[in-house]
Design a protein around this ligand. Structure first.
Ligand SMILES: [Mn+2]
Length: 309
């Protein structure tokens, strides 16, 4: 059996799921999908502890400090274990010592790496991978962004993945879901606009806002990023945090580590151990600023200027 553990929030993660699903069908293997976010990955490894003789594929999920090293080691010892990713692993060296097969690139998205590894000759897998790339690298491409809206709407992930795996990238169901979600998005942007603050962290400007759950972190943060601050933090009522930047000096993977998360330099996610609401929003933002401030020189290392005589 294949156990596929990949990101649940975007086209890269679900595209990775879809390509592995297509591979499973081709090889006549059963497949179990785990739709995971960065911060609950450790929990999923614990859930499948004891698995033996399976192919475990982890995709589009980076290292975070909550991943149980011993559990991963035992999964690797008893299964074929492959990790395919494009996130920042600079803090994850200890985990890599477990010795599993690790495929990593900074130039390609996870779905492209999954396509190349599992189904390099397959045109459907290629199409899925290219759509994922458009979204992950914020390129132009109407279909990729429409599919992302379908994902963001909360549409059933397994159904979505199954359509893609069968080579169906658009249909009437997606169209209806997409159209309904446009109204929801507008409401979400309106709420963000009314629940945001601009703060200073060291010399950097940051926009923080509470988002409604139905607006995805990518959509919420893209909306806020357009306002031009150095970086943005989107907060969700359950404590989830999402980081995006305009200023390339900042390493958001490092920032997210302060909040039990991880990700990439350009985009990362974490979690606060409390609920966030309109009442405590101001205090929470101050706490977040304090936490980041203490480590700002690791997040945005000052470039030493070298003077020559
Ligand atoms: Mn990705």
């Amino acid at each position: 059996m294949i156990i596929c553990i990949a990101h649940k929030k975007d086209l890269d993660g679900l595209g990775s799921h879809a390509i592995v699903r297509r591979y499973a069908k081709k090889e006549n293997l059963d497949i179990e999908h785990h739709f995971v976010s960065y911060d609950d990955l450790g929990e999923v490894f614990r859930q499948i502890e004891g698995s033996e003789g399976n192919l475990i594929v982890v995709a589009d999920l980076g290292y975070n400090s909550k991943i149980p090293l011993e559990t991963v080691k035992s999964l690797y010892a008893n299964n074929r274990f492959i990790w395919i990713d494009h996130h920042d692993w600079s803090s994850g060296r200890k985990l890599l010592e477990a010795g599993f097969k690790f495929i990593h690139s900074n130039e390609r998205c996870a779905a492209e790496l999954v396509w190349n590894y599992f189904l390099p000759e397959d045109r459907v897998a290629e199409r899925i991978a290219r759509l994922a790339h458009v979204h992950d690298f914020r390129d132009e491409g109407e279909l990729a962004w429409k599919l992302y809206d379908v994902i963001s709407s909360g549409y059933d992930k397994l159904k979505f993945v199954d359509f893609l795996a069968r080579g169906i990238t658009w249909n009437d169901v997606f169209q209806e879901v997409y159209e309904n979600y446009q109204k929801v998005k507008e409401k979400g942007y309106d709420y963000l606009e009314k629940h945001m603050v601009v703060v200073k962290v060291d010399k950097y400007s940051c926009i923080m806002a509470i988002s409604k759950k139905y607006l995805s972190s990518t959509l919420a943060s893209l909306y806020l990023q357009e306002k031009g601050s150095d970086f943005v933090i989107v907060l969700y009522p359950d404590g989830k945090m999402s980081f995006r930047r305009n200023n390339p000096e900042m390493n958001l993977a490092k920032m997210a580590e302060l909040f039990n998360g991880g990700g990439r330099a350009v985009a990362a996610g974490g979690r606060l151990d409390k609920e966030i609401n309109e009442e405590n929003f101001k205090i929470v933002t101050e706490e977040i600023v304090d936490i980041i401030n203490r480590k700002i020189h690791e997040i945005a290392p000052v470039q030493e200027s070298i003077t020559t005589h």
